[in-house]
Design a protein around this ligand. Structure first.
Ligand code: HEC
Length: 143
């Protein structure tokens, strides 16, 4: 299941350069929906101390966070017809957007380390940081 997802992920992201804006937007919304479902799974796995499952869920976030910028080509902002909620501010301040993306990557990697160490305090804080990374970007860049 995860393997299939990774292949799918690589496929859609490698096709970004040739895809229309509608396709780019459709694909990234799909990724975000998956991300939303995954973070809930991750939270449940942490609560029941299923480290293996948590690490598996995080693998998605690490890959997606590293590829996320490619899913936001210039011109793919929200319009009245394209179903996107991506603020045009992303491209007015792409540096800040990149900082949020980097924070997402950093927090996902940190949580991964904490899970490997099985350090419960670091895991709880790490999950909090990851959830904050999602919310901070949404506050600034999601309509
Ligand atoms: C760097 C910015 C950024 C980060 C980090 C980020 N998001 Fe988002 N997210 C967005 C933007 C922009 C959209 C709107 C995309 C669009 O509609 O084209 C979005 C949309 C979404 C959506 C709505 C998808 C839909 O149904 O339309 C969900 C759910 C979501 N994000 C979950 C998450 C989760 C969970 C995380 C963290 C694990 C996260 N996001 C991290 C920027 C971010």
């Amino acid at each position: 299941m995860k393997k299939l997802l990774s292949i799918y992920l690589i496929f859609i992201l490698s096709s970004v350069a040739y895809a229309s804006f509608d396709e780019v937007i459709y694909n990234r919304i799909k990724m975000f929906k998956f991300s939303g479902a995954s973070i809930k799974e991750l939270r449940s796995a942490i609560l029941v101390k299923d480290t293996e499952k948590a690490i598996e869920e995080l693998a998605f976030h690490i890959i997606w966070s590293e590829k996320m910028k490619e899913a936001f080509p210039l011109g793919s902002h929200a319009s009245t017809t394209n179903g996107s909620d991506a603020s045009a501010d992303i491209w007015r301040n792409f540096k800040k957007f990149e900082q949020f993306v980097n924070e997402y990557t950093r927090s996902a990697r940190n949580l991964n380390d904490a899970l490997k160490k099985e350090n419960i305090d670091l895991i709880v804080n790490g999950f909090q940081d990851l959830a904050t990374a999602c919310k901070d970007c949404h506050k600034s860049f999601r309509n």
